[in-house]
Design a protein around this ligand. Structure first.
Ligand code: NAP
Length: 463
């Protein structure tokens, strides 16, 4: 069968399974989600070895990711038991003429239908075959067609086999989860355009995400595209925070920038400082902390090439504070600097360096800090160090951070995204194509549920 035939077959199975899964009881769905978590944990040793061979992320990180992935699956099961997929709003009929008078209305949530899910390269468990997108879509009552990532094909197949086994053992249709592997870019495009696909979940590059987002919108019947694209995660560090604690903060920041060889969507890529002694000292401490750090190999040769190209691009437009030293298994950390006006004027400096690199932007006053955040426009996170006091200036800064990002941190570093109900992972374009939604945390399930208002419906139809 050719690629299109394979996709037709996978989507056809998903379409056939959709009505049954949309109507499946909460206990049927929670049983599946929890059993998938159990199976993943039971297969952990073999899977982590496979993942390490394909991604180089190392066993400690990968074991942690399996734990997170199982936690997510179970977490969505708990959300179902709390009734989060069955929220109903009832407005009783009011006698009289509109606008006061009205019919009886019940607002319910219904699953969208088959979801095409593009696995991420940088989370081979937590954002791949059984990751957050799959868990939230299944919880919502939607079958999932998985486009495996070419960076970890063997792992994708192994996790899929294990999941299919669980599905079949529970007597559920195999169309609940189908896998499209070894697919070309054209096949990925065909999947997004398939008339029986109702929504797309994507995590990856700006270029790839934008191309697929356009295709989703150009369909005869456009569909929701939940894409998480690039993010440069500014961190604003005010001088008094650095005066108190500069060295410890520099060490924390260096560790965050280089964690996983910088291959996190939340990696801090732009450090915004106010000109002055405290900031200068901090920059020195950051360079000192970064220089000896050794990184592991990057996920793919393409991602390494992309990082080298992006950092060379930034380097050509900025001053080099830490030139890349000798590569270890992975590329050496690097740090660049420019002033705020240059950053605002030059879009090349706002390119995501997906790897262990960052750009220090020096602002002469708070107004310039605002201009820098404004120029960034859309980012998953914005970190503010030193805004503890309730002052008009701090309020304005928090407001500016909220305007451009989905998560504002007042302490710590942005890497590490807790899976919980209050989480928000998304932000204005390009960090997300749907900034009113999240791809991490339990609200992620809402992406795959569509509200329907039932007017004067008999009781049996309001379930
Ligand atoms: P990617 O190249 O965007 O690939 C993600 C998925 O989309 C893969 O399945 C890929 O297919 C597919 N794809 C990409 N472009 C396509 C197109 N034009 N048409 C159809 N399908 C397409 O992302 P990646 O491989 O994960 O990493 C590459 C770069 O993305 C990194 O260097 C980094 O800059 C960025 N990235 C950002 C984040 C983030 O969260 N901000 C996360 C990961 C990566 P293949 O499997 O065939 O490649």
């Amino acid at each position: 069968m050719n690629e299109h035939g394979l996709i037709d077959s996978a989507v056809g199975k998903a379409r056939a399974a959709a009505p049954m899964w949309a109507q499946a009881s909460i206990s049927t769905r929670t049983h599946l989600l929890r059993s998938l978590a159990d199976a993943l944990e039971a297969g952990k040793d073999v899977l982590v070895q496979l993942a390490d061979d394909e991604t180089h992320l190392g066993a400690p990180r990968l074991n942690g990711e399996v734990a997170r992935t199982a936690f997510q699956l179970r977490g969505f099961a708990e959300q179902l038991e709390l009734g989060k997929s069955q929220i109903r709003i009832v407005d009783e009929a009011v006698v009289g003429v509109p606008p006061v008078g009205r019919p009886q209305l019940t607002r319910v949530l219904r699953p969208l239908g088959p979801v095409a899910m593009f696995s991420a390269s940088n989370f081979p468990f937590a954002f791949s075959v059984l990751g957050g997108d799959t868990a939230s879509a299944l919880a919502a009552g939607c079958p999932v067609v998985i486009k495996a990532h070419s960076g970890h094909p063997k792992l994708s197949q192994a996790v899929y086999d294990l999941a299919l086994n669980v599905i079949e053992n529970q007597g559920l249709p195999d169309g609940l989860l189908t896998l499209v592997d070894n697919a070309s870019r054209g096949a990925g495009a065909y999947l997004v355009q398939h008339p029986d696909i109702a929504a797309v979940a994507f995590t990856g590059s700006y270029q790839g995400g934008t191309a697929l987002w356009k295709l989703a919108n150009e369909r005869p019947r456009p569909i929701p595209f939940f894409g998480e694209l690039g993010s440069i995660n500014p961190l604003v560090a005010l001088p008094h925070a650095l005066e108190q604690n500069g060295e410890a903060l520099a060490n924390t920041l260096a560790a965050s920038m280089t964690l996983g060889c910088g291959q996190f969507c939340t990696s801090p890529g732009v450090i915004v400082l106010l000109e002055g002694q405290a900031s200068e000292r901090f920059v020195g401490q950051l360079v000192e902390a970064l220089a000896p750090i050794k990184t592991h190999a990057m996920l793919t040769a393409g991602i390494l090439a992309g990082f080298e190209q992006a950092s060379a691009h930034v380097g050509a437009n900025a001053t080099t504070l830490l030139a890349p030293g000798e590569a270890d298994a992975g590329p050496a950390p690097r740090l660049y600097a420019c002033d705020a006006a240059t950053f605002v004027a030059n879009p090349a400096l706002r390119e995501e360096m997906f790897g262990p690199g960052a750009l220090v932007v020096k602002a002469s006053d708070l107004e310039q800090v605002h201009q820098v955040l404004d120029a960034i426009g859309g980012t998953l996170t914005c970190t503010l160090w030193g805004v503890d006091q309730d002052t008009p200036a701090n309020r304005a800064l928090v407001h500016a951070a909220e305007a451009v990002s989905g998560r504002v941190l007042f302490a710590g570093v942005p890497t590490g995204v807790a899976v919980c109900a209050a989480q928000q992972h998304g932000g204005p374009w390009p960090s997300s194509t749907a900034p009113q939604t999240t791809s991490v945390g339990y609200a992620a399930m809402e992406r795959f549920l569509r509200p329907v208002a039932l007017q004067d419906a008999p009781v049996w139809a309001q379930g």
